[in-house]
Design a binder for this molecule. Sequence first.
Ligand code: CU
Length: 365
Amino acid sequence: MNHQGLLSSLTALVVACGLVPAAAEADGVLRQYYISAEEVDWDFAPMGRDEMMGMEFSDDQNVFVEASDTRIGSVYRMAQYIGYEDAEFTVPLTLADPSTGILGPVIHAEVGDQIEIVFRNNTRVPTSIHPHGVFYDKASEGAMTNDGTGMEDMMDAHVQPGATYTYHWDVPERAGPGPNDESSVVWLYHSHADEIADTNSGLVGPMVITAAGKANPDGSPMDVDQEVFSYFSVMNQNESLFFDQMLTSLAKMPDLNDEFEESNLMHAINGYVFGNMPMPVLTEGAKVRWYMMSLGTEVDLHTPHWHGNTVLHEGHRKDVVELLPATTLVVDMWPDNPGIWMYHCHVNDHIAAGMTGRFEVAPAG
Ligand SMILES: [Cu+2]
């Protein structure tokens, strides 16, 4: 092997190990991600009490979280995107921030890059990955429609149980920040084999695109000290991929009435209710970018509210922002008020149903 051959073999090895991004065409890099869809028994309230208030659950709260012969409680069979370091899907990525909860791994890229997702479906049902914002052809859309294309362009939409599929997405300027955006934008990615059931079941993740020349080597924005991800959604377990399975696992068949359906409406932030989300820990004086996301139905109009600190959103000072289904927002916070603070949706019905959490601001130094 000549010197050049050895060098490219070494480069390929290092890239395969996920240590550095591979060189792509033009100036960008190829960002490779290994993501599986896996079934999980997800607990929306692993602490077993209302952690926002530091109290036991009330009767009204127990409607959503208490299990019985005829109620599912707080643990549901769901599906989750899991990131891996390697193409063999043996070593899961370490979570940068446990507050991301049910969300899939954060995908980062810079304008000019290419993204390659090696996707393995380890669930029992067909799933996919459909991205927002980036440039894809029909074979990498992760969704199927009546578009006149053939079977070879439909394999991406229903990746079968046990199968692996590779998606290729380009990141042109129109996938990145616009004139009025900050240095990065956030897009959702989610399964679109059975869109409504897939997303209610948990197959959702965030993708950050940073402006050209403004990214760290990992694709995150250089002018930001910390990134936090927040997904507000009433995750309707009555419309889950696994609803029938959960019904049959109950000791007694419940009446499928309004009360039962209500008990399965999980008003969650990142898949957690009643303050059970691990707290994001921010540093006083740091520049913290919050990426805000939502999905769902007409009840998914959310007004996330931060106590004790304020944010900038497109040049406007706020401590509440507005989310609608499938919208995303980028807001920046310079925390100036140390302590543990309430963080919740400000829609009254959603507060009562558990769309609450906390974040912590640690003193500088
Ligand atoms: Cu809300």
